[in-house]
Design a protein around this ligand. Structure first.
Ligand SMILES: NC(=O)c1ccc[n+]([C@@H]2O[C@H](COP(=O)([O-])OP(=O)(O)OC[C@H]3O[C@@H](n4cnc5c(N)ncnc54)[C@H](OP(=O)(O)O)[C@@H]3O)[C@@H](O)[C@H]2O)c1
Length: 260
């Protein structure tokens, strides 16, 4: 079934800044009613105020910490009476560092924040999607699903798990008219990227601009992505043009990933 975006309700997680905010904005421009989710109420309110109006109804926000899965499940009961057609699973990335130095708690925290929160969202929202015979789920992950990135050991590890979870769901939910796809951003101009550049500059003694230039040299397009460019790929997957695309990993990385 095609999903007409101007009647759709989208829950966009991690929507107070960066890629999530850009996705919320893009889907609102295409007519969706948006519910933003994040921890920081003033930031969510500020994003809400900038969203273009939707013919599908008023935009809203939900304050929840995705690392607290029981509290997240409780917060989602507020959505019980409003069907969600589109779920965008997105949240903050794990801290940098090599895998072999990470504490087991770092892996547990990343598993909870990325996989268990998304599972909580799916358990809450998929029954409604199944009953209506349509739904769209997009997981914002990372190109490290295909090629591990240096000094992002915990992140690399957890991204693979989320990608396989997404592919499994695509197999399970396809018969109900629900597609599940993974979008893999490359280096994208957000606070997350700025923090990675600051971290590398502090470790190496290089200037931040020099670190950024070095990173851009790894990208065939020789520039970082704008968050809007990741959002455009998500919009394609959840809109009518993406109706037959299911279970894929879609890198949006300017060609940086060195494999197909
Ligand atoms: N930017 C890049 O270059 C890049 C590249 C590849 C992959 N990615 C991945 O794509 C995702 C989004 O990246 P981004 O650059 O947009 O990150 P970002 O700028 O750090 O934004 C993260 C968003 O997630 C929310 N968030 C963080 N922890 C949360 C929690 N516990 N509960 C609820 N919301 C939470 C933040 O809002 P609050 O703090 O208000 O809750 C914020 O809105 C991340 O997983 C990132 O690792 C990014």
């Amino acid at each position: 079934m095609r999903i007409e975006l101007n009647n759709a309700h989208a829950l966009v997680c991690g929507a107070s800044q960066g890629i999530g905010r850009a996705i919320a904005h893009e889907l609102a421009l295409l007519g969706c009613r948006i519910t933003l989710l994040g921890r920081n109420e003033p930031s969510l309110r500020a994003v809400l105020d900038t969203l273009p109006p939707s013919p599908a109804g008023e935009h809203a926000y939900l304050v929840a910490d995705m690392a607290q899965t029981a509290a997240l499940a409780d917060a989602l009961t507020a959505l019980a009476r409003t069907p969600v057609d589109i779920l965008i699973n997105n949240t903050g990335g794990p801290a940098p560092g090599p895998a072999h130095e990470a504490a087991t708690e770092d892996f547990e925290a990343a598993f909870r924040l990325h996989l268990l929160s998304y599972q909580t969202l799916v358990r809450a929202l998929v029954p409604g999607m199944k009953a209506r015979g349509h739904g769209r789920i997009v997981n914002v992950i990372s190109t490290s699903v295909k090629q591990p990135l240096p000094n992002l050991g915990v992140s690399n590890t957890i991204r693979g798990a989320v990608a396989n979870w997404g592919k499994t769901l695509a197999n399970e939910l396809g018969p109900f008219g629900i597609t599940v796809n993974n979008v893999l951003p490359g280096a994208t101009e957000t606070e997350r990227l700025a923090a990675i550049i600051r971290n590398k500059a502090a470790k190496t003694g290089m200037a931040e601009e020099a670190v950024a230039q070095e990173m851009k040299q790894e990208v065939p397009l020789r520039r970082f992505a704008r968050p809007e460019e990741i959002a455009a790929a998500v919009a394609f997957l959840v809109g009518p043009s993406g109706a037959y695309i299911n279970g894929i990993n879609l890198p949006v990385d300017g060609g940086r990933t060195a494999c197909l």
